[in-house]
Design a protein around this ligand. Sequence first.
Ligand SMILES: Nc1ncnc2c1ncn2[C@@H]1O[C@H](COP(=O)(O)OP(=O)(O)OP(=O)(O)O)[C@@H](O)[C@H]1O
Ligand SMILES: [Mg+2]
Length: 256
Amino acid sequence: MPAKIITFSIQKGGSSKTTTSGIVSYLLSQDYRVLSVDLDPQGNLTELLTLRDVEEFRGMTVLEAMEEQDASGYICKISDTLHLLPAEDLLATFSRWLYNDYSGQEPALVLAQTLATVRDNYDYIIIDTAPALGDQTINALAASDYVVAMFEASKFCYSALGRFLKTCDEVRKLVNPDLRVAGILRGLIDARRSDNKVLIELVEEDYGDICFETVLTRNAAAGRVAIKGLFDNNEINVAVSQYKPFVEELMERVKD
Ligand SMILES: Nc1ncnc2c1ncn2[C@@H]1O[C@H](COP(=O)(O)OP(=O)(O)OP(=O)(O)O)[C@@H](O)[C@H]1O
Ligand SMILES: [Mg+2]
């Protein structure tokens, strides 16, 4: 079976997209073969998974893979079962390449074609996106079977959510009829703030049928994964504990 492709996304910045896609990739890689795709020029997922300076990956990233429409030469092995297609700053030039030099059919399908070359080697492909609805994110949605909409409890993220789901509808209509919303993941919750509670409930009222039951609260150990990484991290069990019930829910929702 070819890999199931799952994108973690929302155009609002700082919504735990990278931390969640990194931890989910790590947890899934304990039982499955996983490819993590960093589709954000910030390269945060690359940094989180490798603890290396992203500039070291220049010329060996998802950008070059997309330019060749073949990922196979650009995969970095984090462990036997966790692989990474890295990103660094020059991924910001993707749109320029797409509209000046790409001569294929549909600009939104470049990533899908790129991943097709390696899809049979994995059980799951997890894509982390940039905080924008630009070409990279549209390509991620166009390549995916499922999308997890990330919600952090802020007014701006609440406003973004409806528009993000409409964007998913557009992508479904135009280029990827198979795209399904796996759900909305509510995270980065500060249990002491009543305004956080109000926003969480508002999302429940508006989108209750698609919200994941698991709601992730802010947790210092999870925040420190950016510093300590996922391997050789003495607090990794605390850092990932909240994510395990989420991964179980996710697996249930993406099993067909
Ligand atoms: N569960 C968590 N508990 C505490 N801190 C967290 C948690 N998840 C993420 N963080 C912290 O919150 C900040 C934003 O997280 P992250 O970088 O994962 O978000 P993002 O949506 O990928 O951001 P961007 O939009 O810039 O890509 C980071 O400093 C991260 O370490
Ligand atoms: Mg990020």
